[in-house]
Design a protein around this ligand. Structure first.
Ligand SMILES: [Zn+2]
Length: 80
């Protein structure tokens, strides 16, 4: 977790840095979920995408990152 300082646009938008979008597998126009609690705003992907191939199909979170069944299979095949 790192702190970043961003300004809201005149219309109330906030820009998520490209490095963060890449790291989390986010693409433009992806739906996001906002949670407001205790004076804080938490933003997260409504539909997680696979960090390796970008598909949203069948993605499960593994250690906070999205991974699809095909990529999970390929990764597990790397053992040994
Ligand atoms: Zn994948």
């Amino acid at each position: 977790m790192s702190n970043m300082y961003k300004k809201l646009s005149a219309h109330g938008s906030i820009n998520i840095p490209v490095a963060v979008r890449r790291d989390l597998g986010l693409e433009g126009r992806d739906p996001m979920e906002l949670t407001v609690e205790g004076g804080e705003i938490r933003i997260r992907a409504y539909t997680p995408r696979c960090v390796f191939c970008g598909t949203p199909d069948g993605v499960k979170l593994f250690r906070g990152k999205g991974i699809c069944p095909a990529c999970a299979g390929a990764v597990s095949g790397m053992e040994g």
